[in-house]
Structures are given as structure tokens and as C-alpha cells.
Design a protein around this ligand. Structure first.
Ligand code: FAD
Length: 406
């Protein structure tokens, strides 16, 4: 027997679960398929190494779909300041929430917290069905929409399939959508560290020759580090004994948080610039990393994905409200126009920043630092960057503006 839904979301990470939640809040009959049953409970310590900086716009989306209170209960950490400086040239940027209308610039949240809160919410929504473990192994187009075959042989059908199955998206390949991009040959090394000095609810980022080193504040006083390194360096840093790693980290930090006291498990993620050449096909749309993978230096990947999720949900709900079929390609074209341009601007900016800070030529470095200082001294330009980084751009989906779309 074939189970039929209006929408099937494949991939129950942060983006797919948010899309499913928004759709189900709007009364859409939606199934969320996820290969691995997500973790729902864990001890308070240690804090997981996979952390994301979530913007104000992402917080709005998560609040509107009903997940944010549960995230707060599980633990989030507000950051109120951001300090960025160039180790080579001495340029500095300082963003302070006091210069905005908000009491914080954003929040640091364990990825598993966001996922668990969304899945908890989905459990309460009658039009949502969560199916896990469920790995999609085949997708076909037929006269009724899309048909998916799961690893265990089950067959599901929907008017629309949303692929949120990550940057190596199998569904994207099944739909025949090609990608453009390249490997950075850099890794993002992540770990949780204890530092001598308090993080002061500040996100610190020091640009070094191989890439930026970020110290992100956590709710228990520790910091999550995201250290962009050449892949070979990341590999050798992973192999160091803890005390040796702490020593190289302390040196790289420029002593900004004093001594590095302790480090938990470390992991490194190869970084890639990649975008899908198309975001949609017949009865099919891409969301999140399946559509775009970007450099994490400004922590924008999942924030962009949550805007995709809010946008596609809004358009599906609107199409249904207008009693138009979900097979209509009009709203899919609109989704692609809406999100692809915004994402390309964001990912190209991250790419340009990464390249700019890897240049070591003396005169360029002086120019770069002078530019940073100039931005820092201009309230107007700084306010623009701050607003942009907080995700508060023009043309946001309704949920990101705290407006109901159902
Ligand atoms: C070091 C590092 C630091 C980062 N920091 C930040 C940050 O601070 N802020 C930020 O915004 N972004 C950050 N990012 C980016 C962010 O982690 C990603 O953008 C985000 O995780 C993408 O979420 P997603 O739901 O699209 O994909 P994923 O998290 O990859 O989820 C995809 C899901 O699909 C499931 N799946 C895959 N294939 C199938 C299948 N065939 N069938 C069923 N299920 C399937 C997977 O199990 C997974 O659960 C960072 C990335 C890195 C590497």
C-alpha cells in the first residue's frame, strides 16, 4: 500500500524539521522522513561540539513554529557583542547589541537542541507524521506527483517533495539537479574549551593566515571554537595530545581569553562552496544545505536554510489557501527566485571574505585593516552590516518577521 501526503520533507535536520513544522502548523498533511532517529534527551554536560549561531530572523522562525520555548528550556546562550580582528594587520570590528533595537545579537545553540525542539513540536501537530528511521533510496516522477521508495521497501507519494537531506543530497541527484562549487581545502575544526577569562557573552573571531578562529560563548561559561585551518593542519591538530592542542590554540587566540584550560573531543569538517544549479523541478524543491553549502566563517548556513524553510512553507500554504494545486510550477518558480538570489549573495560574500583574509601581502593587509577600521568608525555602515548579519534583510518570509503565514 502507498501512503499519500500533500508534502513529504526528506531530511529531519534543523532545516527539514523546521519546514515540516511550519507546513503542519498551516494544516498541510506532511510527512518528515529522517534516516537516523534524532536524539531527544541527553545529560546537561558535556555540551555537544555541533553548535550554531542563530540570527534574530532564525529565532523568529523558530518562535513562530512553536519550537523556541523548548529550545530555551533546553538551553541557549545569547551573545551581545561581536569582536572581529585581523591578526596580521590589526584592523578591528566591534558590534554591540546596544547599537541595535535588541538585547542580543543572536544565540548560540546546540544543533541537537534545535532538532529535538522541532521534533517535540511535530509530535503535537495532527497533520504531521514523522517517519524514522527512514532512508529514501529512490524517487520517481509520476502523474500523481513524486513517489519515494524507502530502504525497507515502503512506498510514499506526495504532490511535493522537499529535499532537506544535506549538502550531499541524494534526492538532488535523483532529481537530476547538478551543483556548482569547489572544495576549500580547509576544514572547520570544532571543540568545546574552557578558558581562563570569561567569554563576556561575546563572539570573538580572530582572522589568521589559514582562516578565522572563533570563540563562541556557551551557556555553561565554556566556549565553542570553530577554527578554519588548511585540511592538513586540521588533521595534525586533531592528532595532538590535549595539552599540546591547548598550547597551539592559546597562541592562535592571541591571549584574548587568557589561558586555555581544558578541551573536550575535537572534530573537523571539510568545507565546501556549493550551490544547486536549480532549486526546483516538477513536484520538487531543495532547502538548506541540499541547495547551498557555504563557508561557516560568519555562521550563516543554517540561518539561510531556515529562511528557505519559512519561504517554501509560506508559498505552499498560500497556494493551498488560493485553492490552486501543489502541482503548480508557478509557486516553485517563485520560491527559486526568492531564495536563490539571497543565498548566492550571502555565500559569495562569505567566499570573498575568506579569500580576502588569506592574503598575506603587506600592502593588501594594511588596506584590509584600514577598511575594517573605517567600517568600525562609521555608525551607518556598521548598522547595515549588523542588520544583515542578524538576518534582518528585505523580503524576508513572513515567519522571519514574526508574522503568521497560516
Ligand atoms: C564547522 C561548522 C560550523 C557551522 N556553524 C554554523 C553557525 O554558527 N551558524 C549557521 O547558521 N550555520 C553553521 N554551519 C552550517 C550548518 O551546520 C548547516 O548549514 C546546517 O547543519 C544544514 O542543515 P540542514 O538541515 O540543511 O542539513 P543537515 O544538517 O545536513 O541535515 C540533513 C538531514 O538529512 C538526513 N538525510 C540525509 N540523507 C537522507 C536520506 N536519503 N533519507 C532520509 N534522511 C536523510 C540526515 O540524516 C540529516 O539529519 C556550520 C557548519 C560547519 C561545518
Amino acid at each position: 500500500m502507498t501512503d499519500r501526503y500533500e508534502v513529504i520533507v526528506c531530511g529531519g535536520g534543523m532545516v527539514g524539521a523546521a519546514a515540516a513544522c511550519a507546513l503542519a502548523q498551516g494544516g498541510v498533511k506532511v510527512a518528515l522522513l529522517e534516516r537516523f532517529n534524532p536524539e531527544r534527551q541527553w545529560p546537561a554536560e558535556p555540551i555537544d561540539i555541533r553548535i550554531s549561531a542563530l540570527t534574530k530572523a532564525s529565532q523568529n522562525v523558530l518562535e513562530m513554529v512553536g519550537a523556541w520555548p523548548c529550545m530555551v528550556q533546553r538551553g541557549v546562550c545569547a551573545y551581545r557583542d561581536m569582536r572581529v580582528w585581523d591578526a596580521r594587520g590589526g584592523g578591528e570590528l566591534h558590534f554591540d547589541c546596544a547599537d541595535t533595537a535588541f538585547s542580543e545579537l543572536g544565540h548560540l545553540v546546540e544543533n541537537r537542541t534545535t532538532v529535538a525542539a522541532l521534533w517535540d513540536m511535530l509530535d503535537t501537530l495532527p497533520s504531521a507524521t514523522c517517519i524514522t528511521p527512514a532512508a529514501v533510496v529512490d524517487m520517481q516522477l509520476n502523474e500523481n506527483g513524486r513517489q519515494l521508495r524507502l530502504e525497507d521497501g515502503r512506498i510514499l507519494e506526495a504532490d511535493l517533495v522537499i529535499a532537506a537531506d544535506g549538502r550531499d543530497s541524494a534526492l538532488r541527484s535523483m532529481a537530476g539537479i547538478a551543483v556548482t562549487g569547489w572544495e576549500y581545502r580547509q576544514d572547520g575544526l570544532v571543540a568545546t574549551v574552557s578558558t581562563e577569562m570569561s567569554h563576556q557573552s561575546t563572539a570573538w573571531q580572530r582572522f589568521l593566515d589559514e582562516g578565522p578562529l572563533a570563540f563562541l560563548p556557551l551557556k555553561n561559561g565554556q566556549c565553542s571554537i570553530v577554527w578554519t585551518l588548511r585540511s592538513e593542519t586540521a588533521k595534525s591538530h586533531l592528532a595532538l595530545a590535549d595539552k599540546d592542542f591547548l598550547q597551539v590554540l592559546e597562541q592562535a587566540s592571541g591571549g584574548i581569553l587568557g589561558k586555555m584550560l581544558d578541551v573536550g573531543p575535537r572534530a573537523a569538517f571539510p568545507l565546501r562552496f556549493q550551490y544547486a544549479n536549480r532549486y526546483t523541478d516538477q513536484h520538487f524543491a531543495l532547502c538548506g544545505d541540499a541547495a547551498h553549502a557555504m563557508h561557516p566563517l560568519a555562521g550563516q548556513g543554517v540561518n539561510a536554510g531556515l529562511l528557505d524553510a519559512a519561504a517554501i512553507a509560506e508559498l505552499v500554504i498560500q497556494t493551498k489557501r488560493e485553492k490552486r494545486p501543489l502541482s503548480s510550477s508557478r509557486f516553485l518558480r517563485r520560491y527559486e527566485r526568492w531564495r536563490k538570489g539571497d543565498n548566492l549573495v550571502m555565500m559569495s560574500s562569505m567566499d570573498a571574505l575568506n579569500k580576502t583574509y588569506r592574503v598575506t601581502d603587506g600592502s593588501f593587509v594594511s588596506l584590509r585593516s584600514a577598511g575594517m577600521n573605517q567600517v568600525n568608525n562609521s555608525a551607518l555602515i556598521k548598522a547595515y552590516f549588523n542588520h544583515y548579519a542578524m538576518g534582518l534583510r528585505d523580503d524576508l518570509p513572513k515567519l522571519a518577521k514574526r508574522q503568521i503565514c497560516w
